[in-house]
Design a binder for this molecule. Structure first.
Ligand SMILES: *[C@@H]1O[C@H](CO)[C@@H](O)[C@H](O)[C@H]1NC(C)=O
Ligand SMILES: *[C@@H]1O[C@H](CO)[C@@H](O)[C@H](O)[C@H]1NC(C)=O
Ligand SMILES: *[C@@H]1O[C@H](CO)[C@@H](O)[C@H](O)[C@H]1NC(C)=O
Ligand SMILES: *[C@@H]1O[C@H](CO)[C@@H](O)[C@H](O)[C@H]1NC(C)=O
Ligand SMILES: *[C@@H]1O[C@H](CO)[C@@H](O)[C@H](O)[C@H]1NC(C)=O
Ligand SMILES: *[C@@H]1O[C@H](CO)[C@@H](O)[C@H](O)[C@H]1NC(C)=O
Length: 382
């Protein structure tokens, strides 16, 4: 009885796969995803297959992977904030100025086509506790595009680019809305999203270990910056990917050593100094310099130490409490004045990275990764 039902289901599934309805359903999901993933059609970017030139036996920990910090913030403007006012009015006390939380300006699919392979995505419940959507702190980034929709965008892109692999970092974002909570219902929804039949096909099922490029092509490396602490331990045990428990991730750490696989003593070396501890009232230039120093120090370590371990460096930062505040854009790009004569962290890194040819720098997460334009080409040319 069960067997015959399964056969019928399998037949339905296989006929669906080739039916116009399957195409329409996929189109609907990609449309829903587009406020965060970006529109699937009409794209540009000449780095959509750069991993083709690396051999299958290349270890992922030996690769240089460009990434974006707070990837989903690319269309967080006054216009999108105004368009979502009806939703933020439901349970949000403060709606911050867009420049406080905007870290990118190109869509995820643009990033993919331009060579970005690591994505920093932060989720929380929507105001009705129904779907998982994207936030950066209090900044609601879309009510329409769910985490599940956007992950389907990655599945489709990987089907279209089977030589490539991507790293998805998922993190629960706190302080989003008045009644937001990292509760069991939210954790169950995330668990279901990451263990669906599609997820099992596209997310690498290995646990707490990074393998070779050959085994990862066409698939997602999951970086779990969350705990499922409201669910029985068996749920955590059932998830694939590398677990970076928030409890082990030192806040604002310049030199984090995070053991993600205790049995085999596998350590990730992380720099996530997102707010330079400059004296209050420091100028933009000084903040840029402090952040640049921490970034370069960590990248230098990646080029010299622990060659078989994962290095993950954030070149992104902000100093909002400072007076005057230093927004992500000013930190990354400077503010175009004599106060930041050398630009921001990105401009300084162009000069530095030119001298790292042939070296392993690991995963590096940028804000406004597309500026200056040569940054991504230099990175991929290392
Ligand atoms: C890709 O396109 C950009 C922008 O048009 C250009 O600056 C860059 O040189 C191109 N890179 C390659 C590898 O063709
Ligand atoms: C960005 O958001 C605005 C406001 O919601 C919207 O009108 C616009 O279409 C979005 N841009 C893209 C490229 O999706
Ligand atoms: C969402 O869940 C939180 C915490 O569990 C609760 O306080 C809040 O009232 C819920 N909101 C809605 C709209 O159900
Ligand atoms: C784990 O690895 C680190 C860094 O490679 C090393 O310093 C440490 O001694 C190792 N610990 C064990 C228990 O093997
Ligand atoms: C640039 O930064 C300096 C120092 O923080 C500030 O005084 C100046 O107003 C900023 N200029 C712009 C255009 O943001
Ligand atoms: C940054 O590093 C350089 C070179 O090591 C040093 O001269 C400078 O004082 C450092 N600046 C800050 C703000 O840490």
């Amino acid at each position: 009885m069960w067997k015959s039902m399964l056969t019928v289901l399998a037949l339905c599934a296989s006929s669906l796969a080739s039916s116009p309805l399957a195409d329409f359903a996929l189109q609907k999901v990609l449309d829903d995803a587009s406020p965060i993933f970006g529109p699937y059609a009409g794209r540009s970017g000449n780095r959509s297959q750069w991993m083709k030139s690396y051999s299958d036996d290349t270890l992922l920990v030996h690769m240089n992977i460009p990434g974006t910090h707070d990837s989903a913030t690319w269309n967080y403007t006054q216009a999108s904030q105004d368009a979502m006012k009806g939703i933020t009015d439901l349970n949000q006390v403060v709606v911050p100025a867009p420049e406080t939380f905007r870290c990118q300006e190109l869509s995820l699919i643009n990033m993919l086509d331009m060579g970005i392979r690591a994505f920093d995505l932060r989720y929380a419940f929507d105001p009705t506790n129904t779907t998982l959507i994207f936030y950066h702190s209090k900044a609601l980034l879309s009510e329409k595009a769910s985490v599940s929709d956007v992950i389907f965008g990655f599945y489709q892109w990987l089907d279209d680019h089977p030589s490539e692999t991507v790293f998805l970092s998922l993190q629960y974002e706190s302080s989003t809305a008045l009644h937001a909570s990292n509760d069991a219902a939210l954790q169950m929804l995330l668990y279901n999203t990451l263990t669906s039949p599609a997820a099992r096909k596209y997310i690498i099922q290995t646990k707490d270990r990074l393998g070779s490029l050959g085994d990862a092509r066409g698939k997602i490396n999951l970086l779990r910056r969350f705990d499922l602490d409201k669910l029985p331990q068996s749920y955590t045990a059932a998830l694939p990917g590398l677990h970076f428990s928030p409890s082990l991730w030192t806040d604002n750490g310049q030199d984090i050593e995070l053991v993600y696989n205790a049995a085999d003593n596998l350590t990730a070396y992380i720099e996530d100094y997102y707010q330079p501890l400059t004296p209050m009232g420091s100028g933009a230039e000084e903040n840029v310099r402090w952040k640049y120093n921490a970034t370069v120090k960590h990248i230098n370590k990646a080029t010299k130490e622990h060659p078989d371990s994962l290095f993950w460096t954030f070149a992104s930062a902000t100093n909002t409490p400072n007076k005057p505040p230093v927004w992500p854009r000013i930190m990354a790009l400077g503010n175009g004045t004599e106060y930041t004569p050398d630009g921001g962290v990105n401009q300084l890194l162009v000069t530095f990275l030119k001298e790292q040819t042939g070296k392993r720098v690991g995963i590096v997460m940028f804000d406004f990764f597309d500026q200056p334009a040569e940054l991504i080409d230099i990175f991929l040319g290392l």
